[in-house]
Design a protein. Structure first.
Length: 381
């Protein structure tokens, strides 16, 4: 029996004032005219409630780019969903934060690119770091009144891992209840910039030790969740808890996807909430059924004891790296195509040099100064 989805990832817009080089958004972003309206999103949340979903994760792009965000949060809360806002914080002040809390916001996650202002702005392609710090203090006041939960997200990679201990100390001063330290996962813009982002093995081993020490030191005060890069793991992760098994993602234009990157897969057609109900899409659509269960699995997955734990790994990563969505995820050490990942790791460890931020007064100058290192995420019209 297939259970109903547990949570909705609501990509309410692809618009974003930041240009992060590791962004998981697709390279082809949905434009503003195609975005679902307030009424359409409200209908989506009502359907989620009827399906028994528990959570609505508001993300993007930058959800704050939607002027109707408070209405959307209110609609999700009215449908019985726990509401979580994943944001850069740009576009948020104390007054708007209070409005979101009053609308029913339960949890907010603020992203930081680094503890050092120049480096953080360099990675994000925008001058945002100082504002994030001020916003974190405002959020903490809401936490103190027990109105909202607070998480800090820190994406780590080759360019900032060398001062991870400093970054954890910086985040500790912001007093979140939870910290997510996530190594870059190589999809979207991160895959395009992998050569500049994939850490060395020495960097990774040191980072794991630093996180372990911080977990002990902060136990009972701040919870730390850590995500390591697939490329250094022995086995792949169960991407999104398995294809079409736990979560649904709706992009700004209303397409319903099993994961963030699913649109890269050729030969799959994804339904739109403007045309089909979420219940029908979850139960009947060919896209959600395509990689459920074990019938699709090749060897070595089909006879592997881990097939019910990692489900063959990520279908999108299999396609992006091996050119075939039906093969074992190349991140798996047992995969016939694992050499692709081994080659990328060898390349990352062949040159331990870490580029330094190029000074600039604007995003255009940043972009021009770093074209040989990486590509900044663009912003849709």
């Amino acid at each position: 029996m297939l259970s109903n989805p547990l949570a909705l990832i609501a990509e309410v817009t692809h618009r974003c004032p930041l240009h992060c080089v590791y962004c998981s958004n697709p390279l082809e972003l949905a434009g503003t005219p195609s975005e679902l309206s307030t009424e359409e999103w409200t209908n989506v949340f009502q359907q989620c409630g009827k399906l028994g979903m528990l959570h609505a994760h508001f993300t993007g792009g930058e959800p704050l780019a939607r002027t109707d965000l408070a209405e959307l949060i209110s609609a999700a809360r009215a449908a019985g969903l726990y509401t979580n806002l994943i944001t850069s914080g740009i576009g948020l002040n104390e007054e708007r934060l209070q409005a979101l809390v009053d609308a029913g916001l339960d949890h907010i996650q603020i992203s930081f690119q680094d503890s050092r202002e120049q480096a953080a702005n360099w990675i994000a392609g925008a001058k945002a770091h100082t504002h994030k710090i001020e916003l974190a203090r405002a959020i903490r006041r809401q936490v103190g009144e027990k109105k909202i939960a607070f998480t800090v997200n820190l994406v780590v990679h080759r360019q900032n891992l060398d001062h991870l201990e400093e970054m954890i100390g910086f985040i500790e001063q912001l007093h979140p209840e939870r910290v997510e330290i996530a190594h870059t996962q190589y999809y979207g813009w991160a895959l395009a910039n992998r050569a500049a982002l994939l850490p060395t093995r020495a960097q990774l081993e040191k980072a794991v030790a630093i996180v372990a020490e911080a977990e002990k030191r902060l136990a009972g005060r701040i919870r730390i969740d850590s995500v390591v890069p697939d490329y250094y793991a022995k086995y792949p992760k169960a991407c999104m808890g398995g294809w079409g098994r736990r979560l649904m993602l709706i992009n700004p234009a209303g397409k319903v996807l099993p994961c963030h990157a699913a649109e890269v897969l050729p030969g799959l057609s994804f339904e739109n909430v403007r045309e089909k109900t979420l219940g029908w899409i979850w139960q009947e659509s060919s896209s959600f059924r395509r990689f459920r269960g074990e019938d699709w699995m090749p060897e070595p997955c089909r006879s592997c004891d881990r097939r019910t734990e990692d489900f063959g790994g990520c279908r999108c990563q299999a396609f992006l790296l091996a050119g075939d969505a039906t093969v074992t995820d190349p991140a798996c050490s047992l995969a016939p195509s694992h050499g692709i990942v081994e080659s990328a790791v060898r390349e990352a460890n062949a040159d331990a040099a870490v580029a330094q931020p190029a000074p600039a007064s604007s995003f255009v100058q940043l972009q021009n100064a770093n074209t040989e290192l990486w590509s900044y995420r663009t912003n849709p019209e």
